[in-house]
Design a protein around this ligand. Sequence first.
Ligand code: 99T
Length: 202
Amino acid sequence: MRLYHNPASPYVRKVMVLLAETGQADAVTLVPASGTPVAPGSLPVAQNPLGKIPALERPDGPALYDSRVICRFLSERAGGGLYPPPPLLWETLTLEATGDGMMDAAVLMVYEDRVRPEDRRLPEWVEGQWSKVARALDALEGRWLAHLAGPLDIGQIAVACALGYLDFRHGARSWREGRPGLAAWYARTAGRDSFRATAPAT
Ligand code: 99T
C-alpha cells in the first residue's frame, strides 16, 4: 500500500501511530506530498478529489481517504483493538472527532497565515478558530480524563496528535496552562514509541 504522507500533518500522524501500534509499519510505502488549497503541489488530487492527505492506495480497491476512514480500515486489517465495541465506541468516536476538530481549526489558522495575504487576514476569524481549540481543551480537561486514562484507542490517538500539532505550530498559545491533567496525560502518551517515532520536526 502507498500512503501519501507529510510529517507535518497531524492527520497523517494518526495513521502512522496506528500503523506502529498495530505492527503494520512495513505494510505501507510513504509517498511525500505537500501543498495547500490554493497551490495543490504534490497533493494526491487523483486519489482524493478533495486534494488532502492522508490518502491510501491499496492493490485491491480504490484509494481510501480521510484519516478516520484509513485508520478504521487499517485497524480492521490488523484485527481491531483500537475501536472498542458499542456503547464505548460512540464515546471513542466522539473523542476522535474532538481531536480531529481541534486539528481542523488549528490547520485553518496556519493556512490563514501561510496562504492569505496579510492585508486580507481577519484576526477575529483566527481567534474564532482558536476559541474552538480552547473549548475542546477545556472539555478534555473537564470531562474526558477518565476515558483518556483507559486503554489506548483511536480517540486518544487523535487527541494526542492534535496536542502535538498545537506544540508544533501554535506553541506560543501555551495550551497546557490551566490544564494539568491533560498535560500529564499527554506527557505519558507522547513518550510511547509510536509517538516518539512520528513527532514532527521542530
Ligand atoms: O486542504 C488542502 O488542500 C490540503 N490540506 C491537507 O491535506 C491537510 C494536511 S495537514 N489534511 C487535511 O486537511 C485532512 C483532513 C481530513 N479530514 C482527514 O484526513 O482527517 C497540514 C498541516 C500543516 O502543514 O501544518
